[in-house]
Ligand binder design. Structure first.
Ligand SMILES: [Zn+2]
Length: 300
């Protein structure tokens, strides 16, 4: 009897009416009830599919803007621009997590997701610091405050750092450790993309679980096998960039292969990445099949 749990990475596709979106954007406070409706839809879909550890679905904004919108020093135009020193002046995702908590059955868990400091740095146009490292550290100190707030409301905290697949800067470990150092909750680092060339640096990261795109890049399994490491693994098991729904048997084979190679390191299974860009029905069916595959694997 195994106890592998199912989870998601962050975003869930919720179709937002464009006119409603514009109104909501300009009248953010007055339309908060509408946001709650989007969050509720995403949460209920994840719960209906049977996912053990859900998120709020990140329906408010894409994952960069979601954080940039509420951090002092950022301005959102076509891209995020850095126009002043980055400071944490108000909670970013806390209200949404509190709301999700009210929808969550007792046997389910909530994952709080933070977009990582390096990814925010690389995704933004810097008009103030002119110093990538200093900007990344100020993002990390701001996100540390959000994470410490967040841990009062969620069961696990995930840091989303897709830009680590391109490059892990020499100060990458320090950035992540600023955020995770004082956390009491388990932590995950999610890096999608091909991390084969950066794998030894990623294995140094001070987190409990590493989450990667193992379905899209199955070669990663043998790469991980070359190293001994402390962290557990969240195994990407269905693709997020492809509308073909993997059937249950295919997902079971993938998980079994991963267990053959990495044994009890595998503690979570998930999609390869957030599901924002998938049609809602496809995203839902992928989660449902993932849950069914996990159930069968756990019973064996
Ligand atoms: Zn991802």
């Amino acid at each position: 009897m195994k106890n592998i749990q199912t989870t998601v990475i962050g975003s869930y596709p919720v179709t937002i009416d464009t006119m409603e979106f514009i109104k909501t954007y300009f009248l953010q406070k007055k339309t908060d009830q509408k946001w709650k409706r989007y969050i509720k839809t995403a949460v209920q879909k994840m719960l209906d599919a049977g996912i053990d550890i859900i998120t709020d679905g990140q329906t408010r904004d894409p994952f960069i803007q979601l954080f940039a919108r509420k951090l002092k020093g950022c301005r959102i135009r076509n891209r995020v621009e850095i126009i002043d020193k980055i400071e944490y002046t108000k909670p970013i995702t806390i209200e949404d997590q509190k709301y999700v908590k009210t929808l969550l059955p007792k046997n389910k868990k909530l994952k709080g997701v933070i977009t990582g400091p390096y990814t925010l740095t690389r995704a933004a146009t810097d008009l103030h610091y002119m110093d990538e490292k200093q900007l990344a550290f100020d993002f990390a100190y701001a996100l540390k405050q959000e994470a410490e707030n967040l841990q009062k409301h969620v069961d696990i905290i995930s840091i989303d750092e897709p830009f680590f697949s391109e490059q892990v800067p020499e100060y990458g470990k320090e950035l992540i450790s600023i955020i995770t150092k004082n956390l009491r909750r388990p932590t995950t680092l999610h890096v999608c993309g091909d991390i084969r060339k950066n794998i030894s640096q990623i294995l140094e990261m001070p987190v409990d679980i590493l989450s990667h795109e193992f379905k899209g890049i199955p070669e990663l399994l043998n790469e991980f096998k070359q190293y001994s490491f402390q962290q557990k693994i969240c195994l990407g098991s269905v693709r997020s960039d492809n509308v073909t729904v993997e059937n249950v048997e295919e997902i079971i084979l993938h998980i079994k292969k991963a267990i053959d190679i990495l044994g009890n390191k595998i503690i979570h299974i998930s999609p390869d990445c957030g599901q924002r860009f998938l049609p809602p029905q496809i995203a839902y069916q992928k989660l449902k099949n993932l849950v069914e595959a996990g159930r069968i694997i756990n019973e064996r």
